[in-house]
Design a binder for this molecule. Structure first.
Ligand code: WAQ
Ligand code: MG
Length: 606
């Protein structure tokens, strides 16, 4: 292939004037059409939202420079402070004095689209547009065609190409980079002297502030040439090294590696909406009965409809995650996520009172399972510490335990998992619509960071049907490719998806209902206390201890005769000898109803 025949293809997408995604490729003419199509698809499926404007620019390139990738090595850091300190040391090692002052400039890069260009010695700003900064562009990885176009942005792959180009610009002596993606905590310092040094943690998770600083040493007259090289010179980077997993983020790297393997084998999968009006010759709707109700197939074949996409966007926004995936039921979501993330050679740490769907997911996965004591974070931490040898660690807890109504210390759970590089997963089945001032769940209740994976259901407080998973787009892409219950079952009905979507909208519109539920729980507990029955709960589930299995069943039967439906819960759902009546309070109960129920319970339990 002659160098004269390459084209650069750039995609830029925005919604209401705000940038949503961007990417670029350099390809031979034969790949122009398919690359443009893939970039358009990437823009349309971006988690930041559906664009109303997509610009795809194709330009032939004649002056192409091929350069070798920088070498890559990793510096492990445990905190943002440590990461920044190591970045400053690396800048010094690149021959840049005043490194601490340079690191202190970081708040000024927040919000810039490009990089700050600084005189390495005087720290004067050299770029003409200080608000935007200098953007390095017209660059690609030589093997990118072979690797395919990642649907989710691959931070490392794009950063190493950029850093290599930047270090070949005239006069540039070093670069320091912090991502602006809230959950991407790895950054780097690059220089020709030591190559590309990844620093595993340069900021705390959840921090949306990042930036890049390019350091220039040379005469002022040379600056224009440097900027021209960064902004215009077409560069292809050869020999980009594969990423060795670093312990700081290795749980995600291991997902990325599996996805990359599927991609290079031509086996990667994505959900695509079946276009209205298309002639569909691929569904399971053999008799044509599905119209308007059935989804007609798996999500990966003909079963994805606009309703699913809308619901996934909505529930991700509601929970504050980057992406989401809908399953037919909450049970399937737990089984589907756990068995996809963990397998042979991995370990799952599971609370001893977790729901059956979590237990079944653990069994199906084939991973080793370590049970920790109920809500005992010290026990979890001790056990995690002895699980370092496993490939992946996954810790999973109910957010509200369905038989006791109690909750784990979520901030500690998430923090312990991060420190031990374990995936953190919670099941918010009984927390969604219940916990937090507005019913957003246990993270709202504690005001803490999301776990890596949050599962929930539309079938409890939301009164609809179906399960969901909220996580990063990487995890969701992984599930789409690896979660067998997702891949091999018929998608939820589009009507069911629309109903769940409407229920979320309703909850957002009436947070006072969540408050009413909390008032009802308080009232019911106070009524029981007046009758000498002490109960505890952190949610809407109120367990009334009876103990003996026979007595619990008899009490439930007497209540039923009086027109009150409360189920007795016995072994094996709860341990032997701890049978109970499980009361679940609703915002729809009247005060009178709750008072009468409390009195009847007091009568029947005695
Ligand atoms: N040219 C110059 N500056 C840029 C460019 C560009 N093409 N793209 C982004 N920036 C600036 C801008 O200020 C962003 O806010 C900042 O850099 C960070 O950009 O080995 O994800 O795209 O795993 O968020 C590092 C990878 C990832 C570490 C960096 O950067 C690793 C990343 P982001
Ligand atoms: Mg970013």
């Amino acid at each position: 292939m002659s160098e004269k025949s390459l084209y650069s293809i750039k995609m830029r997408a925005s919604s209401h004037g705000a940038h949503t995604s961007g990417a670029e490729k350099i390809v031979p003419p034969s790949a122009v059409a398919s690359t443009a199509a893939r970039l358009a698809a990437r823009a349309l499926s971006h988690p930041k939202g559906t664009p109303d404007f997509i610009n795809i620019k194709v330009e032939s390139q004649h002056d192409i420079m091929r350069i070798r990738s920088l070498d890559v090595s990793t510096v492990e850091t445990a905190s943002a402070d440590e990461g920044r300190a190591r970045a400053a040391e690396l800048l010094a090692a690149a021959g840049v004095g005043r490194a601490d002052e340079i690191m202190a400039l970081f708040p000024q890069t927040y919000g810039m689209r490009g990089a700050m260009l600084l005189d390495a010695d005087t720290l004067e700003r050299l770029e003409p547009d200080r608000e935007r900064g200098v953007r390095a562009t017209y660059m690609d990885d030589a093997e990118s065609a072979a690797k395919g176009t990642a649907s989710a942005k691959n931070h490392y792959a794009e950063a190493i190409v950029l850093a290599t180009k930047v270090q070949h610009a005239p006069g540039i002596v070093a670069e320091v980079c912090v991502s602006d993606d809230p959950d991407y905590v790895t950054g780097y310092v690059a220089s020709r002297r030591f190559g590309y040094r990844r620093i595993t943690r340069v900021k705390e998770p959840g921090d949306p502030n990042g930036g890049r600083i390019f350091l220039y040493r040379g005469p002022r007259e040379g600056v224009a040439d440097t900027i021209r090289f960064l902004e215009r010179q077409c560069v292809i980077v050869e020999g980009v090294p594969a990423l060795a997993p670093a312990s700081g983020e290795s749980r995600f790297d291991s997902l990325r590696a599996d996805l990359d393997a599927a991609r290079s084998a031509g086996l990667s999968r994505a959900c695509r909406v079946t276009p209205a009006g298309a002639s569909v010759l691929s569904s399971n709707d053999y008799l044509g009965f599905a119209e308007g109700f059935g989804s007609t197939g798996s999500r990966l074949t003909t079963g994805t409809h606009l309703e699913h996409v809308a619901l996934e966007r909505h529930v991700a926004a509601f929970k504050g995650s980057e992406a989401a995936l809908v399953y037919s039921t909450g049970y399937m979501a737990n089984v589907g996520v756990i068995s996809a993330i963990a397998g042979r050679g991995d370990v799952i740490l599971s609370d001893e009172l977790n729901h059956a769907s979590i237990i079944d997911g653990c069994r199906l996965s084939g991973a080793d399972v370590v049970i920790y004591r109920h809500c005992d974070m010290d026990d979890l931490e001790r056990k995690l510490a002895s699980c370092r040898a496993y490939r992946r660690r996954l810790a999973v807890t109910d957010a509200v335990f369905s038989m006791d109504g109690d909750i784990p210390d979520l901030p500690r759970f998430v923090e312990i998992c991060r420190r031990h590089d374990a995936f953190s997963m919670t099941d918010e089945a009984h927390a969604t619509g219940v916990m937090g001032a507005k019913g957003h769940g246990l993270c709202e209740h504690f005001g803490c960071a999301l776990p890596d994976i949050l599962v929930g259901t539309f079938s409890k407080a939301l009164g609809a049907e179906g399960g969901f998973v909220c996580a990063s787009s990487l995890v969701v892409e992984y599930l789409v490719n690896k979660s067998r219950p997702f891949i091999f079952s018929t998608a939820m009905s589009p009507r069911q998806a629309a109903a769940a979507d409407a229920a979320l909208t309703r909850l957002e519109g009436e947070p006072q209902t969540v408050e009413a539920l909390r008032r009802n729980v308080g009232l019911f507990i106070a009524e029981l206390a007046k009758l000498g029955i002490e109960v505890r709960t952190s949610s809407a589930i109120v367990p009334i201890a009876v103990g003996d299995e026979g007595r619990a069943v008899a009490a439930a039967e007497r209540l039923r005769e009086r027109g009150i439906v409360i189920h007795a819960i016995r072994y094996p759902t709860v341990p032997r000898g701890s049978a109970r009546l499980r009361v679940a309070i609703s915002a729809g109960h009247t005060a009178d109803e709750l008072r009468r129920a409390a009195e009847a319970i007091a009568d029947c339990v005695r």
